[in-house]
Design a protein around this ligand. Structure first.
Ligand code: NAD
Length: 253
């Protein structure tokens, strides 16, 4: 028996990193998964490696028309949708002086508008699919102020409260849909690789990231995926509007 048997899920940003690990964990736990991304080659490769449990659909999370097409595809393929994982996201570096309006808006389109669009597009199908769960991937940077990440912190903070407000609406309207956010600390993915690679001293940068985490290491993608599986599963049926940190103790300091 898988922990996600009978669930149908759509995951954004599933070609790499946390999204890929989540898709793999979902397939292992018995879910049928639609992987989506803008990196079509990698996304298809991951979906193919998961066999019948998975399919791939192009979806730029900032594009409303792509969301419409993805939900239509999910409806055609599954006829139902119990799980939405709004995972795709990322950030630009810089403090207030380095960040221009274009970059600030881009961070919000990629992290916040995308989450709003995803929930709005999937809601009609989820409302008719029985008990359902939305998981929005935020960050510890959406809970505490981090230097040099102004737009990212702002956007991930908005994802945190967008999640809570949606959860309260669903509860008040008696929809059987839970909605929670996940807040990873630095996790070993291509996103963090890129951050380390652009630093003048990569080893020092990586050591600094690790030193700031009480468990003295980066997170692993399977550790973030494990929390997402829990929130998608019926093990968490009394959990909604919650912010789940997976951060090696970072926010406990
Ligand atoms: N890695 C970390 O340290 C970390 C920490 C906290 C939060 N997060 C958050 O976790 C989520 C996943 O991060 P990751 O580290 O796995 O990232 P990643 O860069 O390793 O992978 C992100 C995936 O999203 C896809 N993507 C990018 N733009 C997209 C778009 N517009 N539409 C659809 N797909 C798009 C990419 O092609 C890629 O496959 C993000 O929301 C990120 O902000 C990551």
């Amino acid at each position: 028996m898988g922990r996600l048997d009978g669930k149908h899920a759509l995951i954004t940003g599933a070609a790499k990193g946390i999204g890929e690990a989540t898709a793999r964990a979902f397939a292992r736990e018995g879910a049928k998964v639609m992987l989506t991304d803008i990196d079509n080659d990698s996304g298809r490769r991951v979906a193919e490696s998961l066999g019948d449990a998975a399919s791939y659909q192009h979806l730029d999370v900032m594009a409303p028309d792509d969301w419409t097409a993805a939900v239509e595809a999910a409806e055609r393929q599954f006829g139902q949708l119990q799980v939405l994982i709004n995972n795709a996201g990322g950030g630009i570096q810089g403090g207030i002086e380095e960040t221009d309006l274009e970059g600030f808006r881009f961070a919000h389109r990629l992290n916040v508008d995308s989450t709003f669009l995803g929930m709005k597009a999937c809601l009609p199908l989820m409302k008719t699919s029985g008990p359902s769960s939305i998981v929005n991937v935020s960050s510890v940077a959406g809970m505490v102020g981090a230097p040099n990440m102004l737009a990212y912190c702002s956007a991930k903070g908005a994802v945190r409260l967008l999640t809570k407000s949606a959860a309260m609406d669903f509860a008040r309207r008696r929809y059987e849909i839970r909605c929670n956010s996940v807040h990873p600390a630095f996790t070993d993915t291509p996103l963090v690789d890129a951050l380390v690679q652009t630093s003048p001293d990569r080893d020092k940068m990586k050591a600094t990231l690790e030193r700031n985490i009480p468990l003295r290491r980066l997170g692993r993608t399977d550790e973030i995926a494990a929390m997402i599986v829990f929130l998608a599963s019926d093990e968490s049926t009394f959990v909604t509007g919650a912010e789940m940190v997976v951060d090696g103790g970072l926010t406990a300091i």
